[in-house]
Design a protein around this ligand. Structure first.
Ligand SMILES: Cc1ncc(C[n+]2csc(CCOP(=O)(O)OP(=O)(O)O)c2C)c(N)n1
Ligand code: SF4
Length: 289
């Protein structure tokens, strides 16, 4: 039998290598299910790093536990796969110790909003200069489809056969209410859109909150599906002014899935700047709230 020496796949791999994005990937292939939204998020993350010209040794990713928590294994950078719900405090500590690093915190909705939910208000109010990537599939993926803090009311899951009795949290609304200085929502099917928002978020000098809606194709066949995302997602209106906090809150209250940049306050001092007294409080818009 003739063995193909140069297959379609080899050709594609060469194409990707030439783009340079593989420089940010380890040789470890993701163990995620085929069709999982996390592949698209990963691609956009490495493209954003490439667009910003970040070197591998300038990046550190801290993650919790879950399918999302496996992310640092697949990215060629410093990484810390921590315990469940603790990516935010670990990322904060890394940033405070090594201010030269670009630091990411990564986790699922269970990790960031369930067991780790107590950390969100504090990173937002402190405004430590890290970027939080919340991979939200509204389900516990790794542990096989239990209800999470963002599962819709009444949805049947592997832990609630009669339907979820709890009202879900609203991540963007929460981040805004806690005072995050950069808040955006993305959807995992839009790699170009994610790359643009991620690039802005990473460049922001302060805490950036990224709510990324992503299908768990294995354990959620009804709520966050590719079909429903494609049909229902719409962009933030072009007239929206990201410096308008009240307009951002209003959009976050809208039950329809809107994606794009909700809020950006570049005038707010980061935790580090505050310690150094670099910018005066009068310059900070958030001190007016
Ligand atoms: C202290 C502790 N409690 C519970 C677990 C079990 N556990 C592991 S991952 C996980 C939830 C994963 O869901 P999510 O954070 O939404 O991430 P996903 O797998 O969907 O990416 C749970 C409950 C654990 N590892 N540690
Ligand atoms: S279980 Fe769900 S979240 Fe986990 S890898 Fe599979 S599709 Fe993705």
């Amino acid at each position: 039998m003739e063995v193909l020496k140069y297959s379609y796949l080899d050709e594609k791999i060469d194409e990707v290598k030439e783009q340079g994005f593989l420089n940010y990937r380890t040789s470890e292939l993701p163990t995620w299910c085929p069709g999982c939204g996390y592949f698209g998020i990963t691609h956009a993350m490495v493209q954003a790093c490439d667009a910003l010209g970040l070197k591998n040794e300038e990046i550190c990713v801290a993650s919790g536990i879950g399918c999302a928590g496996r992310y640092p294994i697949f990215m060629k950078a410093y990484g810390f796969h921590t315990v469940h719900g603790r990516s935010i405090p670990i990322a904060s500590g890394i940033k405070l110790a090594r201010q030269d690093l670009t630091v990411f915190a990564v986790g699922g909705d269970g990790d960031i909003l369930g067991i780790g939910g107590g950390h969100l208000p504090h990173i937002a109010r402190k405004n430590i200069d890290i970027t939080l990537f919340l991979f939200d599939n509204s389900i516990y993926g790794l542990t096989k489809g239990q209800t999470s803090p963002t599962t819709p009311l009444s949805q049947v899951t592997n832990s609630h056969s009669q339907g979820n009795p709890d009202t879900p949290l609203r991540p963007v609304f929460l981040a805004l209410a806690h005072g995050a200085s950069f808040v955006a929502r993305c959807y995992a099917g839009d790699v170009e859109g994610m790359k643009n928002i991620f690039t802005q978020a990473i460049s922001h000098k302060g805490f950036s909150f990224l709510h990324i809606v992503s299908p768990c194709v294995t354990f959620d066949k009804v709520n966050i599906t590719w079909k429903r995302l494609r049909e229902n997602f719409r962009a933030v209106p072009s007239v929206h002014d990201p410096s308008d906090y009240r307009a951002a809150i209003q959009m976050a209250e809208d039950p329809r899935p809107i994606f794009g940049l909700f809020y950006h306050d570049p005038s707010r001092q980061s935790y580090q700047e505050n310690l150094r007294g670099k910018r005066s409080p009068e310059n900070s818009k958030s001190s007016e709230r």
